[in-house]
Design a protein around this ligand. Structure first.
Ligand code: DX5
Ligand code: ZN
Length: 217
């Protein structure tokens, strides 16, 4: 699955951008929610997600890069999120929060910062639907892929049941996507690589193609 991140879209016309990536063959849409505390920047809120929900039937993944993510879960569920992803680093009661997401009828995801061990997911594997491996530090798009995270993808794939989706987020390009796929990732969030391309369909196709034919980087 190739998942464009709206953080790299043109903010003057995010609705058009969403429709364009949808028509270009995106498999889902990634919304980076930043609160100015866990991350320095502030991005979108649930009202933004709700208005865009009317424009596309694609899966909406909401990546909560916020402190106290449990405060926001209900609003984003109502806004039309399909998957709600919280950071292991910000959840005091991670297992409970994942359960709360599920009881709202949504899929539950755990995001891991680059410095966080994959072991934190071990005892949430009974309830998590997705693990998001951050391959950059949270906060902005256009950063370089952190290569040490490849081993984390392999580790997770080794111990997680196959139905748990492993998604990678940060620095995904035609150069990096293939090795992530080889290590066992199922889905790939990409911001700047897709949106800086004039032709979104070409960029998405290229990422898909490189998943099958990885290049060394
Ligand atoms: C980083 C965000 C990513 C980001 C990816 O804080 O979680 O989703 O938008 O952007 P690229 O693909 O440009 O690294
Ligand atoms: Zn993200």
């Amino acid at each position: 699955m190739i998942i464009p991140s709206m953080l790299s879209a043109d903010f003057r016309k995010t609705g058009d951008e969403l429709v364009r990536v949808d028509n270009a063959g995106a498999d889902a849409i990634h919304w980076d929610i930043m609160d100015g505390s866990f991350t320095d920047s502030i991005s979108f809120g649930h009202l933004t997600v709700a208005r865009h929900r009317e424009l596309s039937r694609l899966r909406f993944d909401v990546h909560l890069m916020t402190e106290n993510p449990e405060k926001y879960i209900e609003n984003f569920a109502r806004a039309g999120a399909d998957v709600i992803i919280v950071h292991a680093e910000t959840c005091r009661h991670l297992h409970r929060t994942l359960g709360d997401i599920k009881s709202l009828g949504k899929k539950a995801g755990v995001a891991l910062n680059p410095a966080t061990s994959p072991n934190v997911v071990h005892y949430c594997a009974d309830i998590a639907d997705l693990v998001l491996v951050m391959t950059v530090n949270p906060g902005s798009s256009g950063q370089n892929f952190i290569k040490s995270q490849l081993d984390k993808i392999s580790d997770l794939r080794n111990f997680l049941p196959s139905q748990i989706e492993i998604c990678v987020d940060g620095g995904i390009t035609d150069l990096t996507v293939g090795e992530c796929a080889e290590r066992g990732a199922d889905s790939f969030v990409s911001g700047s690589y897709i949106f800086k391309n004039q032709n979104y369909a070409d960029a998405i196709k290229e990422l898909r193609q490189k998943c099958k034919n990885p290049v060394n980087f």
